[in-house]
Design a protein around this ligand. Structure first.
Ligand SMILES: Nc1ncnc2c1ncn2[C@@H]1O[C@H](COP(=O)(O)OP(=O)(O)O)[C@@H](O)[C@H]1O
Ligand SMILES: [Mg+2]
Length: 308
């Protein structure tokens, strides 16, 4: 296994604001690394430093062995990385075809207009001007622009923010295809589901710091808490066999089991027991720990800011 990206002790300050407060991580070649965190956590700033747009206050970064803070390294790096930023400003009057051609010229490669447009679901919009594309369509075009020169490493900053379900599906499918093709991808997101589905490893970022890093499954197993099964049924009491499954608590008519065993099996045993008691079940629920539970346990907050 080789390391494609190594970030060590990255700090980035904007005046008094410490946007990134000492981040270290490394990304293995051919894997997808997700930076998951709230708005303002420092994800974009980290990405900008990795691609040579932002200059670190301190710390070191290597991408494919090259240092993006060194102009000489950066010019070589530019051809080998693809970048989809949150906001890409494109010439308003140009259409999709022209923008793809323009980027191909920048990289001195033959344009792959039709292929790229098909990959991001824009094949029927080649003559659309930028100003007439929806936000989601512009983001899909930005992905096509990041991919056209076939880079080894991709940086995707909130690639589906504001996209509808259709756009999100196209983008996820394309990212999965890139993974299958052996590309290395760093992705930032504040969508739990997106991080969980796409990332081989997830790094949770809070106020410029890493608070956890592992595979999605390990994060859930370690921090997600117990699975629960709850039941409301007149006259229900868990017998000795059910008590062995975990910890029971009672709130009014509802009994709740917190268990580290498979909750589906616990649920079946509970229903069987309720039937044996001859009770009528009025409510039944099961919850498996999720990555969101893990995020809340680790950061002490939800990923979305509470609605005002
Ligand atoms: N150019 C800038 N000048 C001052 N502060 C900035 C600048 N860019 C980002 N910040 C601040 O740095 C912090 C991290 O921002 P950012 O990296 O964009 O977070 P994220 O991408 O996780 O939402 C925020 O507090 C943000 O307001
Ligand atoms: Mg951002």
């Amino acid at each position: 296994m080789s390391v494609a990206i190594a970030v060590d002790g990255l700090v980035k300050r904007y005046g008094a604001v410490e946007a990134v407060a000492g981040l270290s991580f490394s990304v293995e070649a051919g894997t997808i690394f997700g930076l998951l965190g709230r708005n303002g956590a420092g994800k974009t700033t980290t990405l900008e430093c990795c691609i040579g747009i932002g200059k670190p206050t301190s710390g070191s970064i290597r991408v494919l062995g090259l240092d993006p803070t060194q102009p000489r390294d950066l010019s070589g790096l530019r051809r080998r990385i693809g970048v989809q930023l949150q906001a890409t400003s494109l010439p308003e009057k140009a259409n999709v075809r022209e923008v793809l051609e323009l980027y191909a010229a920048y990289y001195s490669i033959p344009p792959r207009v039709k292929e790229m447009a098909e990959r991001v679901g824009l094949a029927d919009k080649l003559d659309r001007q930028m100003a007439q594309l929806s936000g989601g369509e512009q983001q899909r075009l930005a992905l096509a622009l990041a991919l056209q020169h076939d880079p080894d490493v991709l940086f995707l900053d909130e690639p589906t923010a504001g996209m509808d379900a259709f756009g999100r599906r196209i983008l996820w499918t394309e990212v999965e295809r890139l993974r299958a093709g052996g590309k290395t991808i760093v992705l930032t997101t504040h969508y739990i589901e997106e991080a969980e589905r796409l990332s081989d490893r997830i790094c949770m970022v809070q106020r410029g710091k890493i608070v956890a890093e592992a595979t999605p499954a390990d994060l859930v197993a370690e921090y997600g808490g117990a699975a629960t099964v709850s039941i409301a049924a007149d006259g229900f009491v868990p017998g000795a066999a059910l008590e062995a499954l975990g910890t029971w608590t009672r709130t009014g008519a509802e009994w709740k089991l917190a268990t580290t065993t498979e909750p589906g099996l616990a649920l079946a045993a509970i229903v069987t027991h309720a039937n044996e008691l001859g009770t009528t079940i009025t409510a039944l629920d099961m919850h498996r720990p999720t990555l969101e539970d893990a995020f809340i346990a680790i950061t002490g907050e939800t990923i979305q800011e509470a609605a005002l």
